[in-house]
Design a protein around this ligand. Sequence first.
Ligand code: F42
Length: 144
Amino acid sequence: MAEYIPSPVDWVREQVELYERSGGTEGTTLRDTGLPVIIVYNEGNKTGGLRKTPLMRVKDGDNYVLVGSMGGAPKNPVWVYNLRANPGVDIRDRTEVQPMRVREVQDEAERSRLWSLAVEAYPPYADYQARTERKIPLFLAEPV
Ligand code: F42
């Protein structure tokens, strides 16, 4: 098991810790929105360390859509590069943890369908895309 390298961002790290400590019964929503959050366990592409990244839960059947929005910041979040390098992840959704494999969605028709699901689940994604020049990366996580 790789060494856990906690997020340097306090509120993110604290959410992960509460989510795990409670066995997935607390800390499972985003702050005051009440909208559900998952944790993506990913491998650092340089350190090889275990990264724990909370993201909004966007479901497509049994699959999850992962949105590299980072609040519409100009740069991709670092976990995007981790997933490109190491597509094998675990996803925690409340009390369940499942091994999954991710692929970045490149096909325009598929991306557009999944983007609509993402915005339906978490409407601010639309504002985030409007705020940044980069095209927000989308990944589809499928059970292995
Ligand atoms: N972020 C999103 O992009 N989308 C979401 O839907 C989302 C929802 C969400 C819900 C709850 C919550 O608590 C947080 C949420 N976030 C969401 C924020 C998300 O969890 C991440 O914090 C955010 O996307 C930033 O990701 P990041 O990977 O850039 O994290 C930074 C802060 C970070 O951890 N940086 C580390 C550091 O030490 O600076 C490096 C992390 C890393 O993976 N390092 C690599 C390694 O090998 O270990 C090396 C990286 C390299 O290439 O340099």
